[in-house]
Design a binder for this molecule. Structure first.
Ligand SMILES: [Mn+2]
Length: 369
């Protein structure tokens, strides 16, 4: 596996490339042009500039998260073709700077959803929290909370300009069922995937977070059965997954290690995060250590290792530690994600050593014979 770190860009992140260099084992920086709204063109000069900057510190720019999908594509409006053309243009441009994987999602209206960005954990750190009962009928309540909590930081999927037109957006999605959303996703992929095959860029859809429908909107990337259906929409290795244990792990019925065994050859990007799911369905993001939450991260890593996973990995969200919540983007502080990397690499390295030992024993016993 190739360890990466999500970075929001110079002047748009509390963390610098210099900080990231000091975290052992990080090979790539996951990036995007964060000022671009869905459907907007990406200029080649901007792409080149970002890739050069990342390379200048010794990192690979091979993963982009995200190139967002315009709502007209998800809704299936006649204008979608225009936006798909722009998307294809971006894929071609990204391939020129060595991008190999594009992460995206197909969630209607809302990207990830939480009710509290700074819920305190028993150890005094704080993290993103989702309280089922706090999701009222009025989505504007939640939007206000999220935007207030983010302060001056912009958050992908939570662009204030877009959310100001929330009523119109909800109206536009009226009548879009799960089946229709699947059809619209298929339409998009049937146009995009042949280009990806030609330019060697893999698409990696991110699951819905949390892994269930909210506010009556359909959400379709949330369990084994739906992921199977998704992969069959266009059966190409270029149509793949960002397997996020934090998102899928919000539903305890998702057996993550077993899903990794099934889908590993279509997983191009692994997001690893632990969440603690409570009996009433609320959940909070916790440290990566398996024992600290409901996702056995150790078993997750083992499942990747057993399948010889060579794709990209990043620690997903982290808790906010040692007071950093005052100056970092929610979920994207430095310390807990760095600790998470050390945990993941610790498990991975010990599995590698074990494999080396087993190999040595096999060779030895053969020599003995
Ligand atoms: Mn994720």
């Amino acid at each position: 596996m190739q360890m990466t770190w999500r970075w929001y860009g110079e002047g748009n992140d509390s963390i610098t490339l210099g900080h990231i260099r000091q975290i052992p084992g990080v090979m790539g920086v996951v990036w995007s042009l964060h000022d671009k709204v869905a459907g907007e063109e990406w200029e080649m000069e901007r792409i080149q500039e970002a890739a050069d900057q990342i390379r200048s510190k010794g990192f690979s720019p091979a993963v982009v998260e995200s190139v967002n999908i315009h709502d007209d594509i998800k809704i299936g409006l006649p204008t979608r073709d225009k936006y798909i053309d722009i998307y294809i243009d971006t894929i071609k441009k990204l391939s020129k700077v060595g991008v190999k994987v594009i992460c995206y999602n197909f969630m209607p209206v809302f990207d990830w959803t939480r009710t509290d960005l700074y819920k305190e954990l028993p150890d005094g750190s704080n993290a993103l929290f989702y309280e089922k009962a706090a999701i009222t009928d009025d989505p504007m309540d939640m939007v206000k909370k999220i935007l207030e909590g983010a302060g001056d930081f912009t958050m992908p999927g939570w662009e204030p300009e877009r959310l100001a037109k929330l009523d119109d957006l909800f109206k536009a999605y009226e009548g879009v069922t799960e089946d229709i959303l699947f059809d619209n996703l298929k339409y998009f992929l049937e146009r995009v995937i042949p280009v990806c095959e030609e330019y060697d860029v893999k698409m990696a859809i991110h699951p819905d977070d949390p892994a269930w429908p909210i506010f009556g909107l359909p959400r379709i990337i949330r369990n084994r059965e739906y992921i199977r259906r998704f992969l069959n929409l266009v059966d190409s290795p270029y149509n793949g997954l960002t397997f996020c244990t934090g998102s899928l792990g919000t539903n305890p019925e998702n057996d993550l290690p077993s899903m990794i065994h099934e889908f590993h050859d279509r997983i191009h990007f692994a997001h690893i995060r632990n969440v603690k799911v409570f009996e009433n369905g609320d959940f909070i993001e916790v440290s990566h250590r398996g024992q600290d939450g409901s996702v056995d991260v150790c078993e997750v890593i083992k499942a990747y290792h057993e399948n010889g996973f060579t794709g990209y990995v990043r620690p997903d969200h982290g808790r906010h530690l040692w007071g950093e919540e005052k100056h970092c983007r929610p979920g994207y502080g430095l310390y807990d994600r760095a600790l998470g990397i050390m945990y993941m690499l610790g498990v991975w390295d010990s599995l590698e050593k074990e494999k080396g030992r087993e190999r040595a024993i096999t060779v030895q016993s053969k020599q003995h014979i």
